[in-house]
Design a protein around this ligand. Structure first.
Ligand SMILES: [Zn+2]
Length: 346
């Protein structure tokens, strides 16, 4: 509430609207001054599990290296955080499932069991049941190489509560090619089978990182296509971003796009500002996506940052900036409601 404090109150201000305050100074000026509005956030992608797995001494509670640690999630008023299981491509195929299980174990032991207020979300309707002060934590999988061609392993992920599966990271695997695979293939028969299984289990198929051909294959068969962490290619010409046609195909399927806070995907540079993200919001809105825009920070998976958005604790500053350009209802949509409103169809 910095702007309120700078004003000349002598009594506590009276809150007359959600984010405006009436000044009650002795000069009786009756100014309406801007305060800060607090909004709930759903963040669709972070790599905290990888950070915890790489160094078991890191505390999820408050390690400064963990950008989505508990204290920062609370400060940023993140209500639901999706945690990706991610195994770096250099590991041999036969140990990938084991590494995934270790990350799932850390999710339970370090994130859920050590924090009374963090609740594991296994069914989407549980998001609606979170109480004041509680944070929902969701498991997701980035890269089908964790289960190879073993559908028993895939079903084990579903049974352990994985709610979103991205078929690839940047490279190719038995299901599909990623954006970094030069042959640019689409889905294999196994990839199609995985998407159909995702549909059956009400699990999202995440198209972030997927090749162009793979994207269109997913759009054709997926009931729940989403891009958890991608931006607009028209605004920033990067292979990880989505073309206008791709974005509109996601909107048409009632999916959503989580804007990613990685400067190389925002403006092609190592640094970016809030307003650089606004360009992506404006563009997706102009394409008819105002109700399909969300956030997928990629905190803990990035090494460059948007100024004043270096970790989850900065979310509310960013939200207040967006209120300069968009209505409160729209910003609430980007922050939480656009995703929340679509959960009921799962
Ligand atoms: Zn990623």
């Amino acid at each position: 509430m910095t702007s309120v404090m700078k004003h000349h109150f002598t009594n506590p201000p009276i809150k007359i609207e959600v984010f405006f305050y009436l000044c009650y100074c002795k000069q009786n000026c009756s100014d309406v001054v801007e305060g800060e509005i607090i909004m709930k956030i759903i963040d669709l992608h972070c790599d905290a599990l990888l950070k915890l797995w790489e160094d078991r001494n890191r505390s999820f509670t408050n390690a400064s290296k963990v950008e989505t640690n508990y204290e920062r999630l609370r400060k940023g008023n993140v209500k639901v955080q999706l945690f990706a299981i991610f195994i770096e491509p250099h590991f041999s195929s036969d140990i990938k499932f084991q590494i995934a299980l270790e990350q799932i174990d850390l999710f339970h032991t370090e994130i859920i069991e050590k924090h009374e207020n963090i609740k594991k979300i296994e069914r989407w309707e549980e998001v609606d049941k979170l109480e004041e002060g509680e944070i929902g934590a969701v498991l997701t999988l980035e890269g089908a190489d964790a289960f190879g061609n073993d559908l028993t392993k895939l079903r084990t992920f579903y049974q352990l509560g994985v709610k979103s599966i991205g078929l690839t990271w940047n490279n190719g695997n038995l299901c599909a090619d990623g954006v970094g695979e030069t042959r640019g293939g689409g889905l294999t028969e196994l990839g199609f089978e995985v998407v159909r299984l995702n549909n059956d289990y009400g699990v999202w198929t995440d198209v972030s990182h997927l090749s162009q051909a793979g994207f269109w294959d997913v759009i054709n068969v997926s009931d729940f296509p989403v891009a958890t962490h991608s931006n607009s290619m028209t605004i920033c010409d990067h292979r990880r971003n989505l073309t206008d046609e791709q974005a509109q195909a996601i909107f048409k399927k009632n999916g959503f796009i989580g804007l990613v806070f990685n400067p190389p995907f925002i403006n092609g540079k190592d640094q970016a500002s809030y307003d650089d993200i606004v360009k992506h919001i404006d563009h997706f809105s102009a394409l008819g996506g105002v109700e399909h825009i969300a956030f997928g920070s990629d905190f803990d998976g990035i090494i460059n940052y948007v100024k004043n958005l270096e970790h989850a604790g900065k979310y509310q500053k960013f939200i207040n900036h967006l209120l300069k350009y968009y209505s409160e209802e729209e910003v609430k949509g980007f922050a939480y409601e656009n995703v929340f409103n679509k959960l009921s169809r799962l």
